[in-house]
Design a binder for this molecule. Sequence first.
Ligand code: HEC
Ligand code: HEC
Length: 335
Amino acid sequence: MSAIARSIAAAAALFLAGAVAYVSSTRAKVSNATPRTEAAVASTPSPQAPSDSKRSAFIPPPLNAMPKDDFGKMVRLGEQIFEDPAHHASAYVGNDLRCSNCHLDAGRLANSAPMWGAYVSYPAYRSKNGHVNTFEERLQGCFRFSMNGKAPPLGDKVLVALESYSYWMSRGARVDPDIAGRGYPKLDKPPMPADYKRGQQVYDENCALCHGAHGTGRQANDGSPGFPALWGPDSFNWGAGMGSFENAAAFIRANMPLGLAGSLSVQDAWDVATFMDSQERPQDPRFTGSVAETRQRFHNSSNSAYGTVVNGHLLGSDSITSGGHPRATETSSRP
Ligand code: HEC
Ligand code: HEC
């Protein structure tokens, strides 16, 4: 390596170390928060959030308030699965993501699709599968699509644990699908049509440092959470909610860049979401054998790039099979 290359590499390593330290401190700040700071975190509206989210959001109990009895053990297992599903629910996980990568602060943060907002909103009709879903069935969907894995059977300990965790943190919240802070705050349409090229520039300037120039994320060597993959074989598959421009733009606007949430313009959020969701990722598990037919049946919307041609490539035509890769450390998640 030349001296110049060495010093560039050293500078890059320093920069990354800085980002990692910064992220750890952001994480620590969020999760060790006393109830008072939590209130501040939970109720800080992002600048463009709809007025609805300005109503103060529900504050879930701190993690250290979990009961110590048998119910508490199940709640704790749910939290462990939520933060590290590859180890605690490995049979059902096919990528390197964690539930908490998209539902921040262990599923507790308002406007980051918190589990307390979800728990009080089911059973509910979902157009995605055309029937009324229980909370457990909603959980199954995130394993199949967001985690690119398999749905745990209803009644499986993994679902019981996640449901217990969600129920425990929701005690005192109103049963109401419109509860403030649920989901990702709906974003206004962008002033100009979203654009892949501009999105690429937003990505390079604001995201690549943590998520990598090719969206593959960065794994930490010590097993601590690194930076999750935004596309490619280790990310969510084509059927996932984050694959919709609308959901991704809303998530990004409210939560990214981590630690600088709300700093991107509405336009930037839509542009970068369009760029991110126009890259190859694992196949949609509902794939019919034809990209055109799969688009027609499941992606027939201006919110999905699946089955469209981007940079000369038909998206979905080169996707690895859904369901993910076998894990080296396969452990049983069965009771
Ligand atoms: C790649 C990002 C991602 C990952 C990883 C992920 N989810 Fe989600 N999840 C989403 C998106 C996007 C939605 C839809 C949010 C919305 O519609 O506002 C969602 C919705 C949900 C909902 C319903 C929320 C509501 O208010 O109706 C639940 C429950 C849920 N996820 C649980 C989980 C669990 C449990 C895991 C881990 C096994 C997980 N998710 C992993 C992105 C993700
Ligand atoms: C300072 C580092 C950092 C920056 C910069 C950053 N992110 Fe993230 N991002 C993270 C981390 C860490 C997580 C997981 C959060 C967690 O687990 O608490 C994440 C999660 C995500 C997720 C959900 C998980 C997944 O893999 O799909 C998306 C989408 C995302 N980021 C997009 C972006 C975009 C787009 C930008 C640029 C506008 C960006 N991020 C900038 C660190 C960063």
